[in-house]
Design a protein around this ligand. Structure first.
Ligand SMILES: Cc1ncc(COP(=O)(O)O)c(C=O)c1O
Length: 501
């Protein structure tokens, strides 16, 4: 539960910290407590409350800052200012209740109000049955991250340095270190990361780039945008990643690069890909958009090929508050080239020797990512735990004859998605899960070689059978770090109900 703590209740808590019901519930993470920043002066002015004690309770609470608009609206209200503001904050921020010593003051208002004891009773009573599991609930982590994000963003807003600048450099350094790469270049999106990587290699019209047809559109879309031609190679029937054994026979004198995609958070089998690329002098661009933090035989995604491309789309394991991306590389030469292409090919300023574009990353996105990066490892571990729990629950529920679980072929999977194969009745199952308010998604219903916009490439149905089959049977289930055991049990039980009645 997400709750707003009224000043009265926090004052009481601070006067008897060890005995405080509300503080204990927040410390034990049984609820997420927020305090409005406007209550803080009121709390600190109270006799017997020390700033030091308040600071220590803030370790378990998050501060919610009303906007000037919220304050203006509350000032215009006929209700008491503090009460109106509390109602507004609970409603607008999607909190569940306000906790106060005087819940009766909130009667007849649209929000739930309760005393600390009533909250404890609510949390102690039988846990309410799960009624919804979202595929992704981005706001669920706000209690953990928002104050850190606000700190970073406030620095940027106060500095006025919105494009690239010190925050983007800081992010680049931290991600390069995280991915064990020498360099990183922040860019405007994962799609642009792929395009700029191709441009840095000088790939263009007449060139061919080998990739997987079973991926998000951007992988092949970027190849076309560079002027080159995508050559699709079918996937491994277990991992959903490009099958290295098929690559060599697709290489021609025009082939310049391979883009293996680390789909769903699991690395492609890189050793044979490296071998074939060395033998044929091809560059490797890892599409690691879904795979930050994953590894292949101990090497982080993005550090294995010539360049690694990451996406910070909000649904990714490390997602921004908008679009963003990044390219990693160990090559100084490519690094310098990427930086020039990112700013319209300008070096020095207003002198353009190469073609570039506006591929810059906003400092405000870097702020969000810097703040979130310190949580990434913990969140990834939670995704892995969730995957293990699904594995066990599916096995215990006798569902494995109906669905195939995603295998972890190389340790280091980061489960951006947990994708099962459902050979029969996949679309029916999806509808059934949606009807039970369980989010699930088909990534991807049409492999890229069969997309209308790629018709001119000349592929037809049957050319890449494993990709075509995957498109018919895959289904992604909720796996993010916010998903808890009860929700996973609900998902598995619902699938059991579908297949076994
Ligand atoms: C495999 C893959 N490649 C590339 C991209 C493109 O990233 P973005 O959405 O940040 O442009 C995505 C993102 O959805 C992706 O999943």
């Amino acid at each position: 539960m997400q709750i707003l703590l009224e000043a009265d209740c926090l004052i009481q808590a601070l006067k008897n910290m060890s005995e405080s019901v509300i503080l204990n519930l927040c410390r034990q993470k049984r609820c997420h407590g927020w305090v409005a920043s406007t209550s803080i002066p009121i709390i600190l002015e109270e006799e017997g409350v020390s700033a030091k004690d308040f600071q220590s309770v803030l370790q378990d609470l998050a501060v919610l800052t009303p906007t000037a608009h919220d304050i203006n609206q509350a000032l215009q209200s006929e209700k008491v200012f503090a009460k109106d503001l509390a109602v507004r904050l609970v409603e607008k921020s999607g909190l569940d209740a306000v906790v106060t010593l005087f819940p009766e003051n909130f009667s007849n208002l649209k929000i739930d109000a309760m005393s600390p004891e009533q909250l404890r009773e609510r949390l102690d009573s039988r846990p309410s049955p799960v009624s919804e599991v979202r595929l992704l609930d981005i706001t669920a982590s706000y209690h953990q991250i928002l104050n850190k994000v606000e700190k970073e963003m406030a620095e940027t807003i106060r500095s006025g340095h919105f494009i690239l600048g010190p925050k983007v450099s800081q992010l680049e350094e931290r991600i390069a270190e995280y991915c064990q790469s020498k360099y990183a270049v922040g860019v405007s999106s994962g799609t642009d990361a792929l395009l700029i990587a191709l441009m840095a290699l000088g790939i263009g019209p007449g060139d061919e780039v080998i990739t997987s047809p079973y991926t998000f559109f951007a992988t092949a879309g970027s190849i076309i945008r560079s002027g080159a031609k995508p050559i699709f190679v079918d996937i491994n029937d277990v991992t959903f990643n490009i099958k290295p054994e098929h690559i060599e026979r697709c290489i021609t004198s025009n082939t310049k690069a391979i883009i293996p995609v680390h789909l769903y958070g699991q690395c492609s089998d890189m050793d044979p890909i490296l071998k074939v690329s060395e033998k044929n002098s091809l560059a490797i661009i890892e599409d690691a958009a879904q795979a930050i933090g994953s590894s292949y035989k101990g090497k982080p995604a993005g550090s294995i090929g010539d360049m690694g491309c990451f996406s910070f789309f909000p649904a990714k394991n490390l997602g921004g508050f908008g679009d963003g991306g990044l390219v990693t590389t160990n090559s100084k030469e490519l690094y310098e080239q990427l930086k020039i292409i990112r700013v319209h090919g300008s070096e020095p300023k207003y002198y353009h020797n190469v073609m570039g574009g506006n591929f810059r990353l906003d400092a405000l996105q870097a702020d969000v990512l810097i703040a979130k990066l310190s949580f990434l490892e913990g969140w990834t571990n939670k995704r892995r735990e969730n995957a293990q729990r699904y594995h066990q629950l599916f096995k215990d529920s006798a569902l494995t004859p109906f669905i195939q679980l995603p295998p972890e072929v190389f340790s280091g999977h980061v489960y951006n998605q947990y994708v099962i194969r459902v050979e029969n009745r996949r679309d029916e199952l999806r509808m059934f899960l949606n009807s039970k308010r369980i989010g699930c998604e088909i990534y991807y219903p049409i492999p890229l070689h069969l997309q209308d916009c790629f018709k001119s490439l000349g592929y037809k149905n049957g050319d890449l059978p494993e990709s075509e089959k995957a498109a018919k049977v895959t289904l992604a289930l909720p796996i993010s770090h916010e998903v808890d055991q009860a929700q996973q049990e609900y998902v598995v039980k619902t699938i059991q109900q579908f297949f076994l009645g």
